[in-house]
Design a protein around this ligand. Structure first.
Ligand code: SAM
Length: 293
């Protein structure tokens, strides 16, 4: 085994580059290398793998990914103050760290990645669900990423993996489960972060599955938004924001019109989305968009 490079303590990197955490950027840094290496490893064996990291900040998780053997890390950071610190890290791992200075919510990463890649990140909480829904709704499927290993606030993680009949089962659960398999790997105590956030976080692992036939993601988003927009109402009432004839739609999907959104499983929402797409005039997605693995 080759010796690992010696890196300066992260606290020094943060002090040297004046990287006081900014709340507006969702900055809660992880400084414990044992923890960041555990997160890196939880995405699977990293040897030779290309990893996309959103929000590397001062580079705690980034250095863990590289030390765990990632072939390449492509790191997207919005805070320009962090770039010099990341470049210093890159000089220790020549050719292995590509830094993209920019806003991840505005970049189409699929056009920049060659070959298989994983996304591993301690996400900024203020844009975490926007980024997740963007990745899960990718037009081309299987997507450009092989898996997502992401840190969320615990309550968001619970919504992602929730089953029907639970109070936290909702739109995010369906968008996360309709063609992916999410699971919570482990929790991370709030005190592991600098500064500590108010609540516990969780690492979630998501693996893409085959796309169910005939589903237009935009329609699934509309149907779930209408159904859970008024989650306590019966669907025959809450879906009025979607269509003037909710009962016809529910009947076509084989769903009891008196049921509530939180009692309908993912398959029910898929049937409802198909019925909605059929009832609206536009044709469904062409076959080539229905990649499977
Ligand atoms: N990866 C570091 C760690 O684990 O210690 C920092 C994680 S911190 C929770 C989130 C990081 O995302 C910050 O560095 C922040 O500047 C960055 N960030 C916030 N919004 C962003 C965006 N829209 N695009 C890219 N990076 C963003």
């Amino acid at each position: 085994m080759t010796d690992e490079p010696v890196l300066p303590p992260l606290r020094e990197v943060i002090a040297q580059h004046g990287l006081a955490a900014r709340k507006s950027l969702g900055q809660n840094f992880l400084l414990d290398i044992n923890l960041t290496r555990r997160i890196a490893r939880s995405s699977g064996t990293l040897a030779g793998v290309t990893v996309v990291e959103i929000g590397p900040g001062p580079g705690g998780l980034t250095r863990a990914l590289l030390l765990e053997g990632a072939g390449k890390v492509i790191a997207v950071e919005k805070d320009e103050r962090c770039i010099a610190a990341l470049e210093e890290l890159g000089s220790v791992f020549p050719g292995q760290l590509e830094i993209i200075s920019g806003d991840a919510t505005k970049l189409d990463l699929s056009t920049r990645i060659e070959g298989p890649a994983r996304i591993v990140a301690n996400l900024p909480y203020n844009v975490s669900t926007v980024l997740l829904v963007g990745w899960l709704g990718a037009e081309s499927w299987p997507p450009w990423w092989d898996s997502l290993t992401l840190m969320f606030q615990r309550e968001v993680a619970e919504r992602i993996v929730a089953a029907p009949h639970s109070k936290v089962y909702g739109r995010l659960s369906i968008l996360s489960q309709w063609r992916s398999e999410p699971r919570i790997l482990f929790d991370v105590d709030r005190r592991a972060f600098t500064p500590p956030p108010k609540i516990t976080s969780s690492v979630v692992h998501i693996v893409p599955q085959p796309t169910p036939a005939g589903i237009r993601f935009k329609d699934l988003e509309r149907v779930t938004a209408a159904a859970f927009g008024q989650r306590r109402k019966m669907l025959r009432s809450s879906l009025k924001s979607l269509t003037p004839e909710p009962e016809a739609l529910l009947s076509a999907a084989g769903i009891d019109p008196t049921s509530r959104a939180e009692d309908v499983p993912v398959e029910g929402f898929l049937a409802l989305t198909r019925a909605f797409s059929e009832a609206s005039s536009e044709p469904g997605p062409p076959d080539r968009d229905r990649g499977s693995r």
